[in-house]
Design a protein around this ligand. Structure first.
Ligand SMILES: Cc1ncc(COP(=O)(O)O)c(C=O)c1O
Length: 469
């Protein structure tokens, strides 16, 4: 682990700090936690994050070997910066990008600030669960035909629920159009032969970003990009990463990325098989309980729970009361990200006990809440563009309108249920009655909404009358 070795060597020197950071290797005053000692800056022997030639470069070579990339890049601002940089690598201001509608907010932020023009690709909805999934081949084909001339396709795989895109079906279309296929694989750093689910990169995507911190043992914000860009695209990517990321990279974070790479590299098909078996056993045990169901999509380490009578928000609270903190709740579901190791029998028994107690408490004290069932599912329109181009929004005259009056008008706000951080309404999008029902539903079911300045007054900021449909 080259970064970790360089860092250890530096710590062992026990040199006096006459440099940033201000905690002076954790010695500024008595009692600073020991990890401060490891929080270094780009000193002799520790390489240069943006122009790596030594330890960081060696770690990068190892990373790209593991993922069989033409090149890989460490990120210290999460997949958020990776999404920005991948888009910047392949586009110029004004370019058209085909983008999955249920993408993370970082993608839409990047599109707006990079001056790009999105063509929105609505996902398929799983009929049995109502969960938004992936973009179908038909949708991509329709978008490429109806709105030609785009410079890249940008998809999210896996979804927050663990469903992966059918890359083999989609790739022929991007290849035929001669444009790159970029994938936000933030939740798939653990994918690969050993895990048994192939990464979009292995399947031929041009570039993927993965949040190592989400599923591998890396510190929060640690991520990486793997790519097979052209030389020109790679130059732009490098420039973008230098511009968008801090000039004071955290060595704790970089060391954790080095560690996560090694951890992932050591997996074998057979040890992951036994991990999988232990996960499946847990699912079976849960499914033997009454009133609760556990299921997975493609990523078997992501377990989705639902509890007949109760909403996901109620279930996640009840689980937290028993000491089980799940990732997020939406509609009837709770998404749980399980540890990527074997679940020991004693642990499993404890968890089953906690789940059982959570359900019993819910049934004894909770009022069944089925309002989530009234939730309309978005995604009927498969291919659309924004009603107002993003670059014209700044000049538009803004007005606050009640939810009801906003229907048919163009939104100046991006409204985001958080988590999962997938926008419900986009800036520049025309507001529909479905959007309003969803917003009201989220407010009624206490789902945290980001982005609406006047939501608490039951209003949205929209473009003044005149662009009403
Ligand atoms: C699909 C997806 N993409 C990107 C991101 C941003 O990743 P990060 O937190 O590593 O910046 C998230 C975060 O939740 C996400 O869910």
């Amino acid at each position: 682990m080259p970064i970790i070795e360089a860092l250890c060597a530096h710590v062992e020197r026990n040199a006096t700090s006459w440099h940033v950071p201000g905690h002076k290797n954790g010695t500024l005053f008595e009692g600073l936690p020991s990890f401060f000692e490891w929080d270094k800056t780009e000193l002799r022997g520790l390489d240069d994050f943006h122009y790596p030639e030594e330890a960081i470069y060696e770690a990068k070579l190892l990373l790209r070997q593991v993922y069989e990339a033409r090149d890989s890049h460490f990120l210290i601002n999460g997949s958020t910066v990776g999404n920005w940089a991948m888009l910047a690598a392949v586009s110029q201001r004004g370019d058209r990008i085909y983008v999955q509608r249920n993408s993370h907010k970082s993608v839409f932020n990047a599109l707006e600030w990079l001056g790009l023009s999105p063509i929105l690709l609505g996902p398929e909805i799983d009929p049995s669960t109502g969960i938004s999934g992936n973009v179908s081949r038909e949708t991509l084909e329709e978008a490429l035909t109806t709105f030609p001339g785009g410079v890249a396709v940008f998809l999210t795989s896996p979804t927050y629920y663990g469903e992966t895109a059918r890359i083999e079906e989609l790739l022929p279309f991007t290849t035929a159009s001669g444009i790159p296929l970029l994938i936000d694989e933030a939740h798939g750093a653990h994918f690969g032969e050993a895990f048994g689910v192939r990464s979009a990169f292995e399947l031929g995507a041009t570039a993927v970003v993965q949040s190592a911190h989400k599923t591998l043992p890396a510190l929060t914000m640690g991520a990486w990009i793997h790519e097979r860009f052209t030389d020109d695209e790679r130059r732009r990517l490098t420039r973008a990463l230098q511009a968008f990321q801090t000039s004071s990279p955290s060595y704790l974070l970089m060391a954790s990325l080095d560690f996560a790479r090694e951890y992932r590299e050591k997996w074998t098909v057979s040890n992951m098989k036994s991990v999988r078996t232990s996960h499946e056993h847990l699912h079976q045990q849960i499914n033997q309980l009454t009133d609760i169901t556990a299921f997975t999509f493609d990523d078997w380490s992501r377990m989705i729970l639902s509890c007949e009578e109760y909403s996901g928000s109620q279930l996640i609270e009840a689980l937290a009361d028993q000491g089980l903190d799940a990732e997020f709740a939406l509609g009837p579901h709770v998404v749980c990200i399980l540890p990527l190791r074997s679940i020991e029998p004693f642990e499993q028994d404890t968890w089953i006990n906690q789940i059982q107690l959570a359900i019993e408490t819910l049934k004894a004290e909770g009022i069944p809440d089925k309002r989530y069932m009234e939730q309309p599912f978005m995604g009927k329109i498969k291919v659309s563009s924004l009603a107002c181009p993003l670059d014209q929004l700044e000049d538009a005259e803004a007005v606050e309108q009640t939810f009801e009056q906003s229907v048919g008008l163009v939104s100046l706000e991006t409204i985001i249920p958080y988590p999962p951080g997938i926008p419900l309404i986009l800036r520049g999008e025309r507001i529909t009655a479905e959007h309003i029902t969803m917003i009201e539903h989220y407010i009624n079911t206490s789902i945290h909404l980001q982005g609406g300045e006047f939501l608490h007054q039951g209003k949205l900021r929209v473009i003044q009358e005149g662009i009403r449909e």
